[in-house]
Design a protein. Structure first.
Length: 288
């Protein structure tokens, strides 16, 4: 076999293995995976209304749903966020639904930040604060965030001295993804854990999962999403490794210069032309 034929055969084998891996990942996806969840809920008003009706325990009419919507921070260098599902109801109230599998992703201060970012977009210049609509940040967390066994934890601001609600319209909700009750919320959680539409209770959710995992057209979309994520992750890791190596090299240069010439740390930074941001990082490393 010629060299080119061997290379082509090896490439084909690698490509086939990658395809098999992607398909296995897609097979294992559930609604707790934000890529699938965002696709299922994007523009899917019936599914969104179902989830919110169960969580809120009341009827709700949603007029807009977007998956993976990015909210830009107005500050230069400020942190942006991407909402898994961004819904708006008929009253103009805004709802962010996030799925999370790890505790850091479901940190209470992240919920606070999401709430602030959503609120900051609601008013136009000159609007009175009192017309600010209610906002909801909902984390459907794979585990029991507060370990008390409740299916849902609702966090609203209260006046500590009186115990009365502040009624500022800001609501943060955690859904216990480990809850196993036989009620509506329990069945909803089971659907979020299900890998197949055949194992789901609610047809509004099953239809979306069926399309994106069990039809050729929908599955192709999910496979491309998984591939794109893998490429972005690999690129990010490569950049992270390169940046770590760059900082390590600079730190070694600073240390060597200080040892050989007895200059101060600031003088070493200046002599080597190291930027202010790099100086902060290198200073911390040299203190270890």
């Amino acid at each position: 076999m010629e060299k080119d034929e061997i290379i082509e055969s090896d490439n084909n084998q690698i490509e086939q293995q990658n395809e098999e891996l992607v398909n296995q990942i897609v097979d294992d996806l559930t609604l707790f995976d934000d890529d699938l969840m965002s696709l299922v809920f994007d523009k899917n008003i019936p599914a969104t209304q179902l989830v919110l009706r169960i969580i809120f325990n009341r009827a709700i009419e949603v007029i807009s749903v977007k998956g993976q919507e990015e909210l830009k921070n107005p500050l230069v260098g400020g942190r942006d966020i991407t909402l898994d599902v961004h819904a708006i109801d008929v009253d103009g109230e805004e709802i962010d639904i996030e799925v999370q599998g790890d505790s850091e992703g479901a940190h209470v201060r992240r919920a606070r930040f999401h709430s602030a970012m959503i609120d900051s977009r609601m008013l136009k210049e000159g609007d009175k604060f009192k017309i600010l609509k209610d906002s909801y940040v909902i984390f459907i967390y794979k585990h029991d965030k507060f370990r008390k066994g409740y299916p849902i934890y609702r966090a609203d601001r209260t006046v500590l001295e009186t115990g009365e609600p502040l009624n500022d319209g800001s609501h943060i909700i955690y859904v216990n993804g480990a809850y196993k009750g036989n009620d509506a919320i329990g069945m909803l959680i089971k659907d979020f854990h299900a890998k197949s539409s055949k194992d789901m209770h609610y047809k509004e959710l099953a239809a979306g999962v069926h399309h994106f995992k069990e039809t050729e057209k929908g599955r192709d979309i999910v496979c491309e999403s998984v591939k794109k994520y893998a490429e972005q992750y690999a690129e990010a890791e490569s950049k992270k490794s390169a940046e770590t190596s760059r900082i390590k090299t600079l730190a070694e240069s600073v240390k060597t210069l200080m040892q050989n010439t007895s200059v101060t740390l600031d003088q070493a930074f200046s002599n080597l032309g190291i930027s202010d941001s790099d100086r902060v990082i290198i200073s911390k490393q040299l203190q270890k």
